[in-house]
Write a protein that binds this ligand. Structure first.
Ligand SMILES: Nc1ncnc2c1ncn2[C@@H]1O[C@H](COP(=O)(O)OP(=O)(O)OP(=O)(O)O)[C@@H](O)[C@H]1O
Length: 344
């Protein structure tokens, strides 16, 4: 298959894509100076059809700008970008029939209308054939457990219910690629699990290509076999999520509540990083299992409660920098990218 149908290996292709914003900054009471923000700086990567890839980075890293260019909302300042063989900025409407987008912080649903009315409007707007619409709707309603919510106005839905409603809306026209921008933000544990299970099934059954931005590392670990990290508009890492912990040498934290105050717990490789009365915080490598550590502590110390906290993306990236962006990891396994080009 040729480039025109996007059926080749690379379904999404970015070659040294840039986005520069010109902004005016106040320098005095009446003076402003123009300056450039390089939101995306010569990013290159490809995503194969059917891949589920995480796209992460700290605030302001350039993630949303990349997604906006992939959907055609923003035009790149330089480089070459194709989705399913289509240049998104030039053929935005043609591409719209092949992609689905979910922004966790915004809804595409009509606020005052019952959920089902938003879907009916989309049915007409996207000119989705009746049979296909009904089949997709039934499937989403079943898997996202929307049956009891269809007649509820969107403004009355909880955040988790609304998010499931938005994901269904993005899938009614059977898109080949789904962009998800923070799909689990603000959701409780059960809603997160439900959304993740649905995305896994969608990817496995339909082969939908998924690009996911998130601040929740567990989204990545549970859903993606590949993750790309960007910062200051540049690609920092491209590889498996496990490699991210290796490169970033990230740590999880065990929060231990003892019956009473005690000297710092000794349980290598964990080390106590904070003590407050009977509560102690122990850091241990993120790729190590917590179970033997917990068993050892429980056998030796008067334990009341404990919990494990996952590392956040910011701290993983901070340790990645501290380790030096020199390409410590094996490029075959994924690793740091020093020159802004992905190594995949
Ligand atoms: N329309 C715009 N005009 C000027 N600067 C912009 C515009 N949109 C984004 N930027 C700047 O580009 C940079 C990248 O922003 P972007 O929203 O892509 O980051 P992000 O990784 O999505 O961050 P977050 O996680 O906070 O959503 C930031 O410095 C931001 O201030």
């Amino acid at each position: 298959m040729g480039e025109g149908d996007g059926g080749g290996r690379a379904f999404i292709e970015l070659d040294r894509v840039e986005k520069v914003f010109e902004v005016r900054r106040r320098t005095g009471l009446f003076t402003r100076r123009r300056h450039e923000v390089r939101a995306v700086d010569a990013i290159s990567f490809t995503v194969a059809r059917g891949e589920m890839v995480g796209y992460i980075g700290p605030n302001g890293a350039g993630k949303s700008t990349t997604i906006k260019m992939l959907t055609g909302i923003l035009t790149p300042s330089g480089g070459r970008l194709r989705v399913a063989g289509i240049d998104p900025a030039r053929e935005r409407m043609r591409l719209a029939h092949r992609i689905g987008v979910v922004f966790g912080q915004r809804t595409t649903l009509w606020w005052d209308l019952p959920l089902i009315d938003s879907y009916r409007l989309m049915h007409r707007m996207y000119r989705i054939p009746d049979g296909r619409y009904r089949e997709n709707l039934d499937r989403c309603v079943e898997l996202l457990e929307l049956e009891d919510l269809l007649n509820t106005p969107v403004r009355q839905l909880s955040l988790g219910q609304r998010m499931r409603g938005d994901i269904a809306a993005a899938l009614l026209h059977d898109p080949e690629v789904l962009y998800l921008d923070e799909p689990t933000i603000g959701l409780d544990v059960i809603s997160k699990a439900r959304v993740r299970r649905f995305l896994r099934e969608l990817n496995a059954e339909r082969g939908t290509t998924v690009l996911l931005t998130t601040h929740d590392l567990q989204d990545i670990e549970q859903l993606c076999s590949r993750v790309m990290v960007i910062d200051h508009g540049r690609m920092m890492y491209d590889g498996p999520p496990a490699g991210l912990h290796e490169v970033g040498r990230s740590e999880r934290t065990l929060v231990v509540d003892l019956e009473r105050e005690a000297p710092p717990i000794v349980a290598p490789p964990a080390r106590v990083v904070r003590v407050e009365g009977p509560r102690q915080w122990l850091a241990f490598p993120a790729d190590a299992s917590a179970a033997p550590l917990v068993a050892r502590i429980a056998a030796t110390y008067p334990l009341v409660d404990l919990s494990v906290r996952e590392p956040d993306i910011e701290s993983v990236i901070a340790t990645m920098y501290a380790g030096g962006a020199g390409g410590a990891a094996d490029p075959e396994q994924g690793g740091l990218v020093a020159d802004g080009r992905a190594n995949s």
